[in-house]
Design a protein around this ligand. Sequence first.
Ligand code: PRP
Ligand code: URA
Ligand code: MG
Length: 212
Amino acid sequence: MQTLAVDHPLVAHKLTTLRDVRTDSPTFRRLADELVTLLAYEATRDVRVVEATVKTPLVEAQGVQLASPKPLVVPILRAGLGMLDGMTRLLPTAEVGFLGMIRDEGTLQAETYATRLPDDLSGRQCYVLDPMLATGGTLAAAIRLLFERGADGVTAICLLAAPEGLKYLEQAFADISAPVRVVTAAIDSHLNEQGFIMPGLGDAGDRLYGAV
Ligand SMILES: O=P(O)(O)OC[C@H]1O[C@H](OP(=O)(O)OP(=O)(O)O)[C@H](O)[C@@H]1O
Ligand SMILES: O=c1cc[nH]c(=O)[nH]1
Ligand SMILES: [Mg+2]
């Protein structure tokens, strides 16, 4: 597994405001959206393209276009939905699938309550959106599901990742030959006893959708 913590002053600046407990939901949503676009720029570095020829007003020019089949973007509801617009701004022709997952805050086990994905993902590059990679249980279940349907490679885009979750994913997909990548704005210190990322930003879903 490959992990990339994007090192960029604008990413760090926006993340700092996102962490701030005084940041209200509308500002949190806007910042999450902006951050995702910055992360998506790095996360899509490996997106497959094919050579293409276009005519400029003057002459033919060689370039590239996105290869087929088009990439699949999968936000994990609820909090991942706050990352969808920022991602599709960069990849407007991608197909979008949905996964609804919730972590039991007692056992920290993830449960899937909604799945709306193409049945056959053969040859598809998938980009999973979830702001928080904590224990890694949610992302591991999501990535496993995509591989079961034939995905060619999975890149997870997270706002924050915990070392425990990264280690968990590393072990879970050690035997998979297809690429598994995590792109994040920062790797935080650790998880607390409740499974929350420290210093973190709190409950991403609640902060995005106004429950706090
Ligand atoms: O790495 P894990 O330990 O599995 O935890 C991370 C998950 O927890 C949060 O979602 P939550 O279950 O709170 O659902 P929500 O998006 O509806 O708020 C977060 O958005 C991740 O999906
Ligand atoms: O810190 C955390 C961990 C899981 N889910 C969140 O929203 N925040
Ligand atoms: Mg939540």
